[in-house]
Design a protein around this ligand. Structure first.
Ligand SMILES: *[C@@H]1O[C@H](CO)[C@@H](O)[C@H](O)[C@H]1NC(C)=O
Ligand SMILES: *[C@@H]1O[C@H](CO)[C@@H](O)[C@H](O)[C@H]1NC(C)=O
Ligand SMILES: *[C@@H]1O[C@H](CO)[C@@H](O)[C@H](O)[C@H]1NC(C)=O
Ligand SMILES: *[C@@H]1O[C@H](CO)[C@@H](O)[C@H](O)[C@H]1NC(C)=O
Ligand SMILES: *[C@@H]1O[C@H](CO)[C@@H](O)[C@H](O)[C@H]1NC(C)=O
Ligand SMILES: *[C@@H]1O[C@H](CO)[C@@H](O)[C@H](O)[C@H]1NC(C)=O
Ligand SMILES: *[C@@H]1O[C@H](CO)[C@@H](O)[C@H](O)[C@H]1NC(C)=O
Ligand SMILES: *[C@@H]1O[C@H](CO)[C@@H](O)[C@H](O)[C@H]1NC(C)=O
Ligand SMILES: *[C@@H]1O[C@H](CO)[C@@H](O)[C@H](O)[C@H]1NC(C)=O
Length: 474
């Protein structure tokens, strides 16, 4: 109970201060700051009488889009620290000619400015004189504003307190200014879904507090700068859907805290540097649709925390590394639409969390011998279609309702595998023949010296026919 009187004292002192502040000046807010707030909101909101309806927006007539804090001056007064316009603040709506008033400069305590879905038709740009001077800002989020266009001004880098910079889903264009690397306190940089072009500046390596870097869905070119490797606390890199090319810089492997790495839909080449084995916390590695055109590195098995590995359409060659089977947390593996050959390691079917396995459209061959419980668990999420050399040894594959995506794999036709498949009833069961004659239905299993046919299905079918024909003659 000792704390109650103390609380009361504090409250009374505070309240007394406020009341006397109100008596001494035009209110419990500096007049200049209050007017600045009215002008800023007047530039944004549809309702012309907003100021009359909220004469004391920090105190007696609050509005959910505004937050204030009491300053420590004497007498204390309120300061606007946050302006937020977004889908959670419905009334009044933004006006169609919404703009950013330079009166923002009258709000020297503003820490957060977030405006979502407000600049829809009348063009708005990021004025250098304005943003260069908002030095108190910690969060600047201007998101989903189709009429926000023009370039990112280098002056933005003068907001040295900035921790969050999100300019996602606008219509910004031009280069990412190199000066941005001076934002040493920046923790999140999200410039996704714009029309930003040019190369990424090396200076980006100066963002030493950065945990999230999202540059996806722009038209960025050139290489991923090696300085990205200096961002020691980075947890998420999303550079997907750009035109980045060249190799992944080896120092990316220094990012010990990286959890997500998405470079999908770019022009990145292989081979993948061995140093990436240092990404010990990586959980999501997405690189779909890049001309990597090399092998899956053996070290992938060292990335023990991987949950999702996705390299669809990357021109991958060579074999599926056995080391994949040490990824005990792997839940999704997408290697479809590549040129992988060799066999499917049975050990993949022992991964306890694997729930999605897409190996379709490759040149895998041999017998697919995955455990029955695995096949049952994945159902249609196991996709091995489009591997002409693959056959199934397990009659379960043929059972109804197991997996439409497996049905296409023919049952391996050797002595023991064939005997119990009803689909074969009536076919020639002479062991010598069934050992050599592999075509089943329209899915011939190729002979190993014709091992890497680039899907010349027709050729293999006719080869199958020739063999059958020879068999009949015998
Ligand atoms: C992006 O920029 C290019 C050229 O600068 C232009 O042709 C294209 O229309 C722009 N796209 C959008 C969505 O603004
Ligand atoms: C796998 O996942 C579990 C639970 O999500 C987690 O505790 C563990 O650290 C992860 N990594 C490895 C290598 O098991
Ligand atoms: C496979 O990759 C090729 C070339 O990369 C592409 O044209 C094709 O659409 C992809 N197929 C699928 C099913 O994604
Ligand atoms: C698999 O592909 C690699 C590279 O394309 C090739 O060198 C190798 O001979 C192929 N192996 C088989 C069994 O087809
Ligand atoms: C596997 O990948 C192919 C593209 O290569 C896609 O068409 C198919 O839907 C995927 N299968 C599953 C089960 O997701
Ligand atoms: C039939 O093929 C499967 C898969 O290659 C193999 O495990 C099995 O031993 C073969 N049986 C005979 C009799 O060759
Ligand atoms: C064939 O099926 C029968 C009954 O389903 C079973 O008893 C027998 O062991 C099977 N033979 C082989 C070789 O799998
Ligand atoms: C391919 O054929 C050669 C010779 O017939 C044989 O020694 C080799 O084991 C075969 N390879 C496979 C993968 O069947
Ligand atoms: C296929 O295998 C047979 C028997 O092992 C061999 O005679 C032949 O050369 C191989 N290659 C082709 C393309 O048929």
């Amino acid at each position: 109970m000792a704390s109650l009187p103390l609380f009361l004292v504090v409250f009374l002192v505070l309240r007394g201060g406020l009341i006397s502040g109100q008596q001494n000046s035009d209110g419990i807010m500096e007049r200049e700051e209050l007017l600045g707030l009215f002008e800023v909101l007047g530039g944004l909101l549809e309702d012309p009488s907003w100021a009359q309806d909220h004469p004391q927006p920090c105190d007696e007539t609050p509005w959910p889009g505004i937050q204030c804090e009491i300053g420590d001056e004497n007498p204390p007064s309120f300061h606007v620290t946050k302006i937020h316009i977004g889908p959670d603040i419905l009334t009044p709506p933004c006006k169609s000619s919404a703009s950013l008033s330079s009166s923002l400069l009258k709000l020297p305590y503003l820490k957060t400015l977030s405006i979502f879905n407000c600049f829809l038709t009348t063009p708005v740009t990021l004025s250098p004189s304005l943003f260069g001077a908002l030095s108190s800002l910690e969060t600047l989020a201007l998101v989903s504003n189709p009429a926000l266009s023009g370039e990112i001004p280098p002056e933005l880098s003068k907001i040295t307190n900035l921790r969050v910079l999100s300019l996602s889903q606008n219509n910004l264009l031009g280069n990412i200014p190199r000066e941005i690397g001076g934002l040493v306190r920046l923790e999140q940089l999200d410039l996704s879904y714009n029309n930003l072009s040019g190369e990424l500046p090396q200076e980006i390596g100066g963002l030493r507090s950065l945990t999230i870097l999202d540059l996806s869905w722009n038209v960025l070119e050139g290489q991923v700068p090696s300085s990205v490797g200096q961002l020691q606390v980075l947890q998420k890199i999303d550079m997907s859907c750009n035109m980045l090319r060249g190799l992944i810089p080896p120092n990316v492997g220094q990012l010990k805290r990286l959890v997500l790495f998405d470079l999908s839909h770019n022009l990145i080449n292989g081979p993948i540097p061995e140093t990436l084995s240092g990404l010990e916390n990586l959980e999501y590695w997405v690189a779909d649709k890049n001309p990597i055109n090399s092998e899956i590195p053996q070290f992938v098995g060292k990335l023990k925390n991987l949950i999702s590995l996705s390299f669809s359409g990357c021109g991958l060659i060579g074999k599926l590394p056995n080391s994949l089977s040490s990824l005990k947390n792997l839940s999704s593996l997408s290697l479809d639409n590549n040129s992988l050959n060799g066999t499917v390691p049975t050990s993949l079917g022992t991964l306890p969390k694997l729930d999605q396995l897409n190996l379709s459209n490759n040149q895998l061959s041999g017998a697919l011998s995955l455990p029955e419980d695995f096949i049952g668990r994945l159902g249609k999420r196991l996709d091995v279609r489009g591997n002409n050399g693959l056959c199934a040894i397990n009659p379960l594959y043929k059972k109804k309702g197991i997996s439409a995506n497996l049905i296409s794999a023919p049952v391996c036709l050797n002595a023991s595998g064939a005997t119990n498949d009803t689909a074969l009833a009536g076919e020639d069961k002479e062991p010598k023949v069934s050992e050599r004659m592999k075509p089943f239905g329209q899915y011939p299993v190729e002979n190993n010296s014709s091992g890497s046919p680039s899907n010349s299905n027709a050729k293999m079918v006719s080869f199958g026919f020739v063999v059958c024909f020879l068999c009949l003659l015998l």
